[in-house]
Design a protein around this ligand. Structure first.
Ligand SMILES: Nc1ncnc2c1ncn2[C@@H]1O[C@H](COP(=O)(O)OP(=O)(O)OP(=O)(O)O)[C@@H](O)[C@H]1O
Ligand SMILES: [Mg+2]
Length: 266
């Protein structure tokens, strides 16, 4: 048991040996914009000249390939190794890219999911990357815990994504204590769908309410943007971020924040 555990840790470390920094993106609940933040962070870092990969670790709701417009691709293998799909020089690995029939739900239970996550981490040819971004399964349960425990001290830090509304303070403190207990550095929080700006008069409406957390922890406040939703729907998040507008600038601020904060830590 102990020896197989050690051998898995060795395999994961060997697979990630040329990956410099690992950043995880997590949320207290689903549907808050975790995948949007993961993709924006990866694209932003890539635009700054870093080599980046994304692991979509959400087995049941993988959406990274959809947002990046590569949902119809399939991962290829080289021997017993998985090759990430490269889009704009960003390597992407997702459970969805293993499936011929994308509508087929993955119905694995706990231990099988853990094994699958460990396999994909250790069997991928990640190559040389400055950053690996992990889009985590929602919540602070079993799956995020598995990933963190197996990656151990390889994780440089975690970003939390929230939307304003009921229980935000509670969700943030729960996620922070989860990170504290697992020894992962908390980098800060992205508040998604923070406000809507009227396209006619420019007035700001905080539709879902305000967020009662320390402003020093807030990495960026992302507006509700119907135009962004359309681009996401069409798998065109890269194209969206290359435009200069208020939302794209705020989404790209996330990568600047991460670059700055992690350049200060060894
Ligand atoms: N700021 C925004 N403005 C408009 N639409 C948004 C915004 N953020 C997210 N959305 C929409 O909300 C949906 C959910 O976003 P996303 O997939 O990033 O959330 P998630 O937290 O990863 O969800 P899941 O828990 O299902 O993985 C997306 O389909 C997107 O179209
Ligand atoms: Mg998601």
């Amino acid at each position: 048991m102990l020896s197989s555990r050690l051998s898995i840790i060795n395999d994961i470390n060997a697979a990630l040996k040329d990956v410099d920094k690992i950043v995880i993106v997590m949320s207290g609940k689903g549907g808050v914009g975790k995948t949007l933040v993961s993709c924006s962070l990866a694209i932003g870092l890539n635009m700054k000249g870093y080599s980046v990969a994304i692991l979509d670790a959400d087995i049941h709701g993988p959406s990274v390939p959809w947002m990046l417009g590569i949902a119809n691709e399939l991962l290829r293998a080289e021997g017993d190794r998985i090759l990430p799909i490269e889009i704009n020089d960003i390597g992407v690995v997702s459970f969805d890219l293993l499936l011929d029939v994308k509508e087929m739900p993955i119905v694995w239970r706990g231990p099988l999911k853990t094994r699958a996550l460990l396999e994909i981490l250790s069997k991928t040819l990640w190559g040389r990357r400055d950053y690996l971004i992990i889009d985590m399964p929602p919540g602070t349960g079993d799956e995020p815990l598995t990933i963190i425990q197996w990656l151990r001290d390889r994780i440089s830090g975690a970003i939390l994504v929230i939307t304003p509304g009921m229980l935000v303070k509670h969700i943030v403190s729960k996620a922070k204590s989860f990170l504290y207990n697992t020894n992962v550095k908390y980098l800060g929080t992205v508040v998604n769908m923070a406000y809507f700006k009227c396209p006619v008069c420019g007035s700001i409406h905080r539709i879902f309410g305000t967020v009662d957390i320390d402003s020093k922890e807030i990495i960026a406040e992302i507006p509700i943007d119907p135009d962004l939703a359309k681009y996401i729907e069409n798998g065109k998040i890269i194209e969206y971020l290359k435009q200069e507008n208020e939302t794209s600038k705020k989404l790209l601020m996330i990568s600047t924040y991460v670059e700055n904060i992690l350049s200060k830590t060894p």
